[in-house]
Design a protein around this ligand. Structure first.
Ligand code: HEM
Length: 155
């Protein structure tokens, strides 16, 4: 082996050792985020228990909203919550399989406007904040829900 390669290997090994020592001293393994470990975002936020709380809070507010509340007349809160939890769980790496209706099918003929979509999203966002999710977790979940917009509005 060339002395250049030998030196390179020794340097790499020394850096690896130093990093593992630093990790031990600072206990930095506990500060790793979900993307750096195998834990999903679903696990990171506390799973279905947290999602149930988030959507429970959001739905209570949505149903009372003067602009969009009327859409939900006759829709049982418990049913909508269960479906939203299952769908979001699946989207963020949880073990659920969403078995509810297809989004296009469910929102068809409701003629939901774009600004009404954003009213709903703000309630979900506000509920995530109130339940204690971090800004980053909140954004990651909203990013997953965002594409659904085109399956809910102007149909
Ligand atoms: C990212 C945005 C949205 C998501 C993820 C979403 C998701 C869902 C889900 C999972 C269901 C239950 C489907 C089932 O029964 O199996 C549902 C139903 C429903 N959604 Fe949405 N939705 C969104 C936006 C909206 C908006 C903006 C409105 C109105 C302002 C709305 C109004 C409704 C109504 C009225 C139902 C009940 C329909 C029925 O049972 O006949 N949704 N939605």
């Amino acid at each position: 082996m060339s002395s250049y390669l030998q030196k390179k290997r020794i340097t790499t090994a020394a850096i690896a050792l130093l990093l593992s020592m630093l990790g031990g001293i600072s206990g930095c393994t506990s500060t790793l985020t979900a993307s750096q470990t195998s834990a999903s975002l679903y696990d990171e936020i506390g799973g279905s228990k947290t999602l149930n709380t988030v959507f429970g809070v959001a739905i209570n507010r949505i149903y009372k909203d003067p602009v969009i509340g009327h859409y939900f007349n006759g829709v049982p809160k418990s049913h909508l919550r269960k479906q939203l939890v299952s769908q979001t769980c699946e989207l963020i790496g949880g073990p659920c399989v969403y078995e509810g209706k297809a989004m296009l099918e469910t929102h068809k003929d409701l003629n939901i406007k774009e600004r009404e979509f954003y009213i709903l999203v703000e309630y979900v966002q506000g509920a995530m904040r109130d339940v204690g999710l971090t800004y980053q977790q909140e954004n990651q979940i909203l990013q997953k829900l965002a594409p659904i917009k085109y399956e809910t509005i102007y149909l």
